[in-house]
Design a protein around this ligand. Structure first.
Ligand SMILES: [Zn+2]
Length: 157
């Protein structure tokens, strides 16, 4: 089973920049509008949508810049959600930026500056998990075996 994990990763790596083998298989970060995997490309953004009435983040989406972003803006505006901030995904995939971005999010929640509804918070976690495949280093076979012993292989995506 562990061999299969490595085999499927080497096949994937032929066509893409190397993702780390954090999960049992590669999980794409699919554009919310067109479905394109944004992780191997550098034209994606993550956008935070806020419900101005409750001042709560009510959606966190990722998409291609340009047309897909505009389509989603229209869709969410009709639901009363406005863009409250965005980041280039390629910036967040820089390890130092990934860390400082995650810590800033935690700080803003702790300080009561940012509020998320359940859906937006779940989306944010899904983004962090998927992006981690391009930021973290790969696990070796011994570490994967140990993870299996600990039963902590993340399978909640
Ligand atoms: Zn797209």
């Amino acid at each position: 089973m562990q061999r299969d994990i490595f085999r499927s990763y080497s096949k994937w790596e032929e066509e893409h920049p190397k993702p780390a083998n954090i999960f049992s298989e590669y999980i794409p970060l699919s554009c919310h509008d067109c479905g394109k995997d944004l992780l191997p490309h550098d034209d994606g953004i993550i956008v935070f949508k806020v419900d101005r009435k409750s001042d709560t983040y009510s959606a966190v989406v990722w998409c291609c810049k340009g047309k897909c972003d505009r389509n989603l803006k229209e869709k969410y505006n009709a639901m009363g959600l406005l863009d409250a901030g965005w980041e280039d995904i390629s910036d967040i995939l820089i390890p130092g930026k990934y860390l400082s971005w995650n810590i800033a999010i935690l700080n803003r929640i702790q300080e009561g500056i940012d509020k998320y509804n359940d859906e937006a918070f779940e989306s944010l976690k899904q983004f962090i998990l998927r992006a981690s495949q391009m930021v973290l280093k790969s696990q070796n076979e011994e570490q994967i075996r140990r993870l299996m012993d600990l039963s902590t292989i993340p399978d909640y995506i």
